[in-house]
Design a protein around this ligand. Sequence first.
Ligand SMILES: [Zn+2]
Length: 393
Amino acid sequence: MEVLALVGGEVYSPEYLGRKDILVVGEKIVSLSNGIPSELLDYLNARVIEVSGYIVVPGFIDQHVHIAGAGGEGGPLFRTPPVRLSQLVGYGITTVVGLLGTDGITRSPVDVLMRARQLREEGISAWMYTGSYQLPPPTITGSVARDIALIEEVIGVKTSVSDHRSSHPTVEELRKLISEVRVAGILSGKAGVVHVHVGNEKPGLRPLLEAIDGTDIPIEQLAPTHLNRNRDLLAQAVEFGKAGGYVDVTTSVSPELGMRSSVKASEAVKHLVKEGVPVDRITMSSDGNGSLPVFDERGNLVKLDIARPQTLYREFVDLVLLERVSLEDAVRVVSTNVADHLRLRNKGRVAPGRDADLVVLEKGSLRVVYVVARGRVFVEEGRLIRRGAFEEV
Ligand SMILES: [Zn+2]
């Protein structure tokens, strides 16, 4: 087993722990200490990486990536390709949750499952949601509950509300789906979340709140996303977050990309905090490799772009450098909170026993210097040194 020591870095776990030496054996962090004796490092034949003057944070977790591709709005030409490993790990993302989007007709959760398995073999961590925008959802085994209960990689379902591409589910249909996923989560010891694409239509989060109203289902069972796509939805998100719900904002949704009514993710996070949403209820995800269709007022497609996973890193940096959110809180938003919400027990913290997913950043600029995923070095001195299958080195 390979032994790695990252010595002298300032660790944020997300809490600031000061200068610590991190000892990694295989895929795990085994200790955090104020100094590893050199005899021990020699004995273990450890590879020592000097990270004095740098910051060490837990690897980023992106819970919304179209790992097997998505899109297709506008025809086959607009189908987006599968995500490449370098697009993730090159920007500090060491864990992804894959999913389908609008197209659950010509695409299947089976594709997502196999890409998740491939990403695991390529060296990072990957899970997935079954389903797509549509109801009834496409599945792997024939039922959403069986997918979650029987397939290790599946930790919830994806669906969509308040969008012209959704199935416009009734409150009853949503309640049934949420209940099914909750039971499957309980049986399998998983979070069993309902990850919900929320579109631009006026009702926004209302169908979700109506679906759990009068039930004992906790609001954390829901994971609504894209909540920064317009100001009205962001206002609803404030109430949702104050009620204890997790609020996910999308880093590839931005006015710069032609989505005029949207709010840049880092700005949205700052706004949510200012309005009283507890910071431990806020998460960011990229929507990486999703298509970014721009429709006119009549619903006609006028333009299409592709969402990039690296926007998660960019908004993390802007959160700290432009919005002046503390580094601890920024780390919570891109890592710790996501791990807690999705019950990814070995993720989201720099601590003994956790997976060795580490991002080393330059102080000040927050430039990525090293990325370690499951104990292996992927980025070294700012250079990507390991790529995915069939990616050119
Ligand atoms: Zn998406």
